[in-house]
Design a protein around this ligand. Structure first.
Ligand code: ASP
Length: 310
């Protein structure tokens, strides 16, 4: 079988609205945003651009879309504010950059890329991350930019459930979400990028898996690139994205097997989870264990396709 010259896979999180409650309009907005994200990344890859540029561009589109929990549309924390996490990784050099607890930058993934380019530090947090963004000319926005009516309603629902001791009954969409992209370019380089508002009603200062290299985000040209979605605490405990890479590298597992096994292991821990991943041959996989995952992919051999449920 011919291998694709380039591949791109994206997700808008496994925190999907239940099929029974999603409106046609919301589903159409999700699909449009996923298509726009794929188009932005694929345009770069088609022209021979880098996987790193492609995943950044694809994630920026989803950060700007109100329907996903990242950037505009990010989840509210318990204090009614937003703290954003993002990471990007270059599989060619294993360089990475990340921000966590960011409150003012419009596009955390762009700033994570800037942190990576500093070549000196890898992970910036809180005020320091926002100061870095300000100092380097990235777009700065007020906290009100991130909130949407839908997310505000989810916070109220989560607080009500928590007050009754029933937080576990929340649906995946009420709880969380994330956006991410993985790519292999025409030069054989891999990259991964992930960005999130975390989970609804999270404690102030909570850090998830997204900005932790090896947990929610990982890329290595020798194996694969991975971006995850699901309760980050479990991804950190499993060092999930790196574990997928390690199983390919040391156990000789296929991309499909390594990712499916890890997603199943999280199901065994009652963790709703999904990943998108691409290997060094350009194979793409998008497994999840929830009712659905906002997702899409495109390769040089396969037109763009997006999906929400099975
Ligand atoms: N992984 C994200 C976090 O824990 C949430 C999600 O992907 O749904 O912050």
């Amino acid at each position: 079988m011919t291998a694709p010259e380039f591949s791109l896979a994206i997700h808008g999180g496994c925190g999907v609205l239940p099929r029974s409650t999603i409106t046609e309009k919301f589903a159409a907005d999700v699909r449009a945003a996923l298509h726009a994200s794929l188009a932005a990344g694929a345009a770069i890859l088609r022209d021979g651009g880098s996987a790193l540029d492609a995943v950044e561009a694809a994630v920026v589109v989803m950060e700007d879309a109100a329907v996903f929990n990242a950037g505009h549309g990010a989840a509210f924390n318990e204090a009614g504010g937003h703290e954003l996490d993002a990471a990007i990784m270059d599989g060619r050099t294993l360089e990475a950059g990340a921000v966590t607890g960011a409150r003012a930058m419009r596009n955390p993934i762009r700033v994570a890329r800037g942190v990576m380019a500093s070549g000196d530090f890898l992970l910036l947090q809180g005020d320091g991350a926002d100061a870095f963004a300000r100092h380097n000319g990235y777009d700065i926005v007020p906290q009100s930019y991130f909130g949407t009516d839908q997310r505000r309603q989810m916070l109220a629902e989560m607080k009500a459930l928590a007050a009754e001791g029933q937080a576990v009954k929340a649906n995946e969409a009420q709880k969380h979400g994330t956006v991410g992209a993985v790519a292999r370019d025409r030069h054989g380089n891999l990259a991964a990028a992930t960005s999130t508002g975390g989970y609804t009603n999270k404690p102030v200062g909570r850090v998830g898996d997204t900005p932790i290299v090896g947990a929610g985000t990982y890329a290595n040209n020798a194996t694969c690139a991975v971006s995850g979605t699901g309760k980050g605490e479990y991804f950190i405990r499993k060092v999930l994205a790196h574990e997928i890479s390690a199983r390919i590298q040391y156990l000789g597992h296929s991309l499909e097997r390594a990712t499916a096994d890890m997603v199943a292991e999280l199901r065994d821990w009652q963790c709703g989870a999904g990943v998108v991943a691409v290997d060094r041959y350009g194979n793409v996989t998008l497994p999840y264990n929830t009712e659905g995952m906002y997702r899409g992919s495109i390769t040089s051999l396969k037109p763009a396709s997006v999906a929400i449920y099975e």
